[in-house]
Design a protein around this ligand. Sequence first.
Ligand code: NDP
Length: 447
Amino acid sequence: MSGRDKSAVIFADVVRRNPGESEFHQAVLEVLESIIPALDKHPEYTEAKIIERICEPERQIIFRVPWEDDRGEVHINRGFRVEFNSALGPYKGGLRFHPSVNLGIVKFLGFEQTFKNGLTGMPIGGGKGGSDFDPKGRSDREIMRFCQSFMNELYRHIGEYTDVPAGDIGVGGREIGYLFGQYKRITNRYESGVLTGKGLGYGGAQVRREATGYGAVFFADEVLRTSGDRLDGKRVLVSGSGNVAIYAAEKAQQLGAVVIGCSDSSGYIRDDKGLDLELLKEIKELRRVRIDEYVRARPHAAFVPGSPIWEVPCDVAIPCATQNEISATDAANLVEGGCRLVVEGANMPTTPEALRVFEGAGVRFAPGKAANAGGVAASALEMQQNASRDSWSFGYSEERLQEIMKEIHASCHTTAEEYGMPGNYVAGANIAGFRRVAEAMLALGLI
Ligand code: NDP
């Protein structure tokens, strides 16, 4: 059977065995379609049923999370941890707290994470977790009680050699602190390497907070350099205004770009003079309020409620909010507005239809699996520092991050060329990540 036929059969089986999990199906299909040349070249993967095994998580944990709000009312949420693949190292991947979280979303994220972690070249497997808990509007005490209850179950499944969670949407430094505190209390172990994204005062690493956003921009710069271009002077749009978005905007500005807009789930702001990042950080990191606050302090800027940011003309788009946030219509608007490069800071923000629009228009495209891998790479560096009881400077950590992003870019670029698809970063990232995981799985036997 050819690689293409084999992929089709496996995909049909994944859909049958995982009904209703549309995001998981989407992520699997994208990978299966692009690794066909690798399957044709390496029949040993098919013989050992590597792909069937890769599509089935090693373990899926679903649990009840009861907690009490400030008025004494009891709430019940659902917690998830999907331990996808540990061929390369302990499961590694973030926790997401958002009302949209369900098993299919956690599985799509864990599946993507497995290849992304392979691509970093670091000893980390893939996993992901979270809850349908909505942190918006909750007090600090409520967030703490939720995190403690979540950890009351999660603690028995994680450990520095087993599974090492980190942050994702709705889980930042504050939440990691509460989660780590409860883990320490239950286990009576100061096991720094059990969680990453910790605060700098208790085992966290420099540049972890900035790493995903900075890494995406380093990747963008590498893509541009392959055609002798630079980020300097480019008009950049960033969606979202969370951890990834803020630090993508910061690094883009440092490299000379003008970041003219960002968003949250209420709408977007446009500031043609370039975003005031200190103001944005105050609004989003300290006060944790809606993005329209920005225009109160910068009256020349505009707030546009309820519309996608992609209607604003730009040169480079860096989606940093959530999955499937760029539709085919958004993609057509971006192309018409002059966008020549899309770099995914978020996980799978581009729909398959939008990707086809970009391909048709010759827009260069860097998938999240490669472009946002700086976050998990910095987490692996945090684990390294925890294991050796060491802490590195900001400058050294940023240098390491930049080197890693250059290597990931080179690996995607050369793999795409090797398989006859030059410039196709989706194929390059999927094949390079897949091959690393597949080789380790072959070496470890049927497990
Ligand atoms: P944050 O929670 O810090 O920020 C998320 C941002 O996206 C917020 O501005 C939020 O707006 C917006 N957003 C989230 N969901 C939606 C939605 N359904 N519709 C519209 N806007 C939405 O998360 P992160 O910055 O950490 O994560 C952003 C993306 O990057 C995710 O795809 C995540 O998986 C990915 N990622 C994150 C990494 C990390 O290190 N943090 C690593 C690799 C990837 P609002 O506040 O209004 O909801």
